[in-house]
Design a protein around this ligand. Sequence first.
Ligand code: BGC
Length: 440
Amino acid sequence: MRAYVLLVASVAALGGLLFGYDTGVISGAILFITKDFALDTRLQAFTISVVLIGCMAGSAVAGGVADRIGRRWTLLVAGLIFLAGAIASALTPSESVLLIGRFVVGIGIGFSSVVAPLYISEVAPASARGALVSLYQFAITVGILAAYLIDYALAGGGAWRWMLGLAVIPSFVLIGGMLGMPESPRYLFKIGVGEKARAELQRIYENPAEVDREEQSILMSLRTKSAGIEAFKQPAVRLALFIGISLAVLQQITGINTVIYYGPQIFQMAGISSASTSILAQALVGTVNCVMTLVAIFFVDRIGRKPLLYAGLSGMFVALAALATAFAASHLSGSLGTIALVSMMVYVGCFAFSLGPIVWLLISEIFPLQVRGLGMSLSTLANWVGNFLVSQFFLTMVERLGRPATFWIYAALCIVTILFVRAMVPETKQELLEQVRVGA
Ligand code: BGC
């Protein structure tokens, strides 16, 4: 693969870094914000979740914007939104401005969660597309880990404004970087500037025969597919949408963000009572999340998307079942902490090389070019709705249903996901984007 392609994907992946950082950072900041603005529990919960409402709003419109003004400009706009949101949140004089700032940050995350994987997928050569979109997921995990560590480092001084404000640095790099990046060749073909599009393809592929092959396949797809909402009348496009939305929702309802957002609380349920130990354990979770994403980067174009999904989901099932069983057995008290810790590491590690990256990858692959932005927007919106529901109701579920039942539900949903992947998801390894077919 050319270094140029890696550079383009890395700059776009900064959108992922900000996604991870901005969703992770609030967990540490909230303690001090609550004190400074004297928040009651309701307002505290809203300060945490308002970002997700922004994510829904942002992801709902981002695809349409990306189809209209292009992938590159949309990602640049995302950078500006991140910047504005970070500045407002960090310098806020009041709780209400903070809420607005965090909502704006959420819109930035919503934008980048649609456009970054879309852009990377359209710029990547078919042979490395899996690895390059997984790089985006890797950046999300780096962002989450950085947020945990920065929160930890700044907690001593209660410096929550710095915690929220440090996001301006990657925002600037994203904006500056995108100014120097090219538009996706597929988008250029779509708007009819073939010369420029071809020149971009030549920068991606070394071999002229590959440039020709890719160009033919893109032009063919543009000729045969109708655009906009109309396209969703075609059964194949509707099926792609069904698969995209389902995968996006399944990524969330198998429970990942219970661990990412509520890790320390789960450790406390398992009897790890010291605050510093549970923060350390959470940093370990973040590290496993990061490192195991490398496994996907390495294997996803070699052994394919579906085998990784099967392996990861099976591991997630076993880990959740172990966690549920441990919570059910009252006499485990001593070893419960260890079992919980190990299960959560295994669970996150398995997510990190499967459902994490591969859902973003697949939803960037299954839609035809004419409706790719729209299709990704709708799928990503569903992902954020799922995220919102799980994170809002996790603690209530634990309270009403009990811990074992809660984790058994997530475990069962891993099995549902395996069956869904088997029945519905196409293997897209090494295929040109335009040759990906659903339902064949
Ligand atoms: C998911 C996020 C999750 C993150 C964890 C992403 O793929 O969409 O909801 O927090 O992975 O690494």
